[in-house]
Design a protein. Structure first.
Length: 420
């Protein structure tokens, strides 16, 4: 049994490395995207029957005693209440829970270590207005969508709303964080993210093809300055490549050490909070301390911290998708797809309205929306399609700010919506 658990743990940890290698080797795999591949593999592994299920008796017991230990479940085995296979399913459940917690709680500070807070204060006025109006647009549209769809039978829609605000002001790390903070079940999370990925492909295709030409009819064109643009990370063809080189990997261990220390501090502080607030305190503390860690030059200058954090997000994605039971997807109404579509394209449309009022150019609107809806790694891709390298640095900066804002804003508004 222990060998099976070890083998599964290695599968979860090593498979993302194989996925990234395939993305590096094959263009068509890279276009599909590492996150999508991780989700597909996870869903397949979780639904082809090779992993044992806990069964109705153990499932019901876990609902009543969610913090049961292996020793407590072992007593059910000795009394014949559950089978060896079901006990194995429990051990797998605990492994997944452990991996999800560790990966996302270490990923958050690693992603934030590369943030350049000093540059935030130097943001041009138009960029700052674009960021603020972009966040306002996401919040207004998601909240409006909540009231439109809340009576359409969707489970825990207020939690979904919180996740959408998090992911569309920051990115996948915020989505994963808010899943834990709001205690979103695996099926709702995976379906929300699946719809997000599908709609995201359409959204990016729109921005990279006709978006600029369309917006130029109502917004000013970008005022080119031809400034030299330097980008740390995210500017290479394969940002993950070279992460295991000694010159990169050894300093990266220092960043991991600080991330672990931040995790320990957050857990210690969470013991002072009420039980139902434990995960909230942990994640918000990690977000805050991760941002403060970026102020240390010795940490901020370490290469590949962002990519390392995103690798942990891939592990998280693989684990959580393997927990999703596709048989339960039919219980979630198609209204969720419409809600997410509204959140993406509705917030973009509202942002264009704000841009018209404040005379913000079309390229800045597009790159701001990209940084928020799709996260910073997509900024250079869209900037390349627009043939405008000058917007890359501001776009990445706004995306990193979104990472910081997303956790706080998503949790706050989700709880406000839960009262309706």
């Amino acid at each position: 049994m222990e060998l099976t658990i070890i083998a599964l743990a290695l599968f979860y940890v090593l498979t993302p490395i194989i996925i990234l290698h395939l993305c590096h080797r094959f263009t068509f795999v890279n276009k599909l995207g590492s996150v999508i591949i991780a989700y597909l593999i996870g869903v397949i592994i979780g639904n082809i029957g090779i992993l044992p299920g806990m069964g109705p008796v153990l499932n019901e017991y876990m609902l009543l005693h969610p913090k049961s230990t292996s020793e407590e479940i072992a007593t059910l085995l000795t009394t014949g209440t559950i089978t060896e296979s079901q006990f194995m399913a429990f051990k797998i459940y605990k492994l997944r829970d452990l991996l999800m917690s560790i990966t996302i709680l270490l990923a958050i500070p690693l992603v934030l270590f590369s943030a350049d807070i000093k540059q935030w204060g130097k943001m041009a006025g138009k960029n700052l207005i674009a960021l603020i109006t972009g966040i306002i647009s996401v919040v207004l549209v998601v909240v409006a969508g909540f009231f439109i769809f809340k009576d359409h039978g969707m489970k825990d829609l207020w939690k979904v709303s919180g996740m959408l605000i998090g992911v569309y002001t920051g990115g996948t790390p915020n989505l994963a964080s808010l899943k834990m903070m709001l205690d979103v079940d695996a099926n709702t999370y995976i379906l929300t993210h699946t719809y997000d990925l599908i709609i995201g492909v359409v959204y990016l295709s729109f921005l990279m093809t006709i978006g600029q030409r369309l917006f130029n009819y109502v917004l000013p064109s970008y005022p080119y300055k031809q400034d030299e643009v330097r980008i740390r990370d995210l500017d290479g063809k394969d940002p993950f490549w070279g992460i295991f080189k000694k010159a990169v990997f050894v300093p990266l261990l220092r960043a991991y050490g600080l991330a672990i220390l931040i995790f320990a501090i957050a857990v210690g502080l969470s013991t002072l909070a009420a039980e139902h607030m434990t995960m909230v305190v942990v994640i918000l503390t990690i977000t805050t301390l991760g941002l403060l860690g970026s102020l240390l030059p010795s940490i901020n200058k370490i290469e590949k911290t962002f990519e390392s954090g995103m690798y942990l997000i891939l592990i998280f994605s693989l684990v959580v998708s393997s927990m999703a039971d596709v048989r339960n997807f039919s219980g979630i109404t198609p209204g969720l797809f419409l809600y997410i579509t509204m959140a993406v394209f509705g917030s973009l449309a509202l942002q264009v309205v704000f841009a018209r009022i404040f005379k913000i150019d079309s390229d800045t609107v597009i790159i701001t929306s990209t940084a928020m809806i799709c996260s910073p790694p997509f900024v250079p891709v869209v900037a390349g399609a627009l043939k405008n390298k000058e917007i890359i640095v501001p776009g990445i900066t706004m995306g990193i700010i979104g990472y910081v804002v997303g956790n706080y804003l998503g949790y706050l508004i989700a709880n406000l919506l839960s009262t309706f």
